[in-house]
Ligand binder design. Structure first.
Ligand code: PLP
Length: 392
């Protein structure tokens, strides 16, 4: 039976769900914008947006309307038939990014799987199967939890227990010399996050990224950007790559795209437009009409006005945190921010909960991913708590 008693929910969770998460002691019952309410009625300012998913917060009217309208028409049609929300969303994504084609999936990891397959196919078609199958990845990267994306995740902590991993993901450090040393005749692609989220919100050096992109263009090596976390307005542009003045061949995205429903997308630009043919890729749920209708209502609102607000609010957080004596580093871009304090990040997050604020952690940093439309009042309320906790 459904219950809103926190202890009962926690007990059932412990009894029936594999303990793969170090959950915080909060049950989310409802919310409005960037204010969430737990089972006891206590309110929290939300600086997490469900790890970058609810980019227009809770109870977003336009998204709810689009989702409910689609539920009342068609909740699912397999990919053997045409549906309107899927084509509308694909068109919007292409218009906003300059991409030529889209492949839909259900998550970030699956969007990356799609990119990996596409890179292998592009190279197999052009250079012969098994010749240029390697995809270079950055040390500290995070690309997902499936076996191939875990193999592409160059962090030793993720590489326990699950061997053998998928072959073909050599890693390099974020400098051009290390990149050059990793390139071989087997290199067919490079994949990177431009702001590494999970490993501590590390913004890559613009010059380094441009050098790699230039080298890739000159050597027909595909340049793949993982925008699962950085995409959909998070950094103050539609995609982070637009801040770097580069043009990837493939971009993957998910999280904020669906506004709360599971969807991922792999975007193909000029070079990769025709890489897949019938039967090369597929997914039962990928491009589900309800998810696509919700996502279209999100993507339509990702405009210059929103990007300017994200840049302003992100900069405000950045400068306010930098003022604190117990903060040694603030990193990131737009409203994707990492804060290194002299306390353990988990300790900061736990203390914030007591005071009514939800924050994330990433490696040794406190990580903030607030809803992009957080009001200035909510933002100030959250920052006040965070300041108090860091300075305690
Ligand atoms: N890529 C990046 C950069 C991510 O941050 C994540 C998730 O945190 C993923 C891929 C995996 O996405 P998902 O959890 O939707 O599979």
């Amino acid at each position: 039976m459904y219950t809103t008693d926190f202890e009962t929910v926690k007990r059932k969770d412990e009894q029936y769900i594999e303990p793969t998460y170090a959950r915080f002691p909060v049950g989310i019952a409802s919310g409005n914008g960037a204010t969430l309410t737990d089972f006891s009625g206590k309110e929290y300012i939300d600086f997490t947006s469900g790890i970058g998913v609810n980019i227009f917060g809770m109870n977003d009217g336009a998204w709810k309307e689009a989702v409910i309208a689609q539920v009342n028409k068609v909740q699912h049609a397999c990919n053997l038939y045409y549906t309107q929300p899927q084509t509308e969303l694909a068109e919007l994504l292409c218009q906003k990014s300059g991409a030529k084609k889209v492949c839909f999936s259900n998550s970030g990891a699956e969007a990356n799987e799609c990119a990996v397959k596409a890179a292998r196919k592009y190279n197999a078609d052009k250079y012969g199967e098994g010749k240029r199958y390697e995809i270079l990845v950055l040390n500290g990267s995070f690309h997902g939890r499936t076996l191939a994306t875990l193999s592409a995740t160059a962090q030793p902590a993720f590489h326990r227990y699950f061997s053998p991993f998928v072959e073909g993901f050599p890693s390099f450090d974020p400098n051009f010399e290390s990149f050059l040393a990793a390139v071989t005749e087997k290199t067919g692609a490079v994949m990177m996050e431009l702001v590494q989220g999970e490993s501590g919100v590390n913004l890559l050096d613009f010059g380094f990224v441009r050098q790699v992109e230039k080298y890739c263009k000159a050597h027909d090596i595909l340049f793949i950007v993982d925008e699962v976390q950085t995409g959909n307005g998070r950094t103050g542009r539609m995609y982070a790559y637009q801040q770097f003045g580069i043009q990837p061949d493939i971009v993957t995205t998910a999280k904020g795209l669906g506004g709360g429903l599971p969807i991922g997308a792999c975007l193909f630009f000029d070079k990769t437009e025709f890489v897949f043919h019938c039967g090369d890729h597929g997914s039962t749920f990928g491009g589900n009409p309800v998810c696509c209708a919700g996502a279209a209502s999100i993507v339509k609102r990702l405009d210059e006005e929103l990007f300017a607000a994200v840049t302003r609010k992100g900069w405000h957080i950045y400068t306010e945190m930098n003022k604190l004596s117990k903060v040694s580093k603030v990193s990131g871009m737009g409203m994707m921010i990492g804060i290194k304090t002299d306390k353990l990040a988990r300790q900061v997050a736990e203390r914030c909960i007591e005071k009514g604020l939800l924050v994330l952690t990433a490696h040794d940093k406190v990580r903030l991913l607030p809803p992009l439309n957080i009001t200035d009042t909510e933002l100030e309320k959250g920052l006040k708590i965070l300041r108090e906790v860091i300075e305690e």
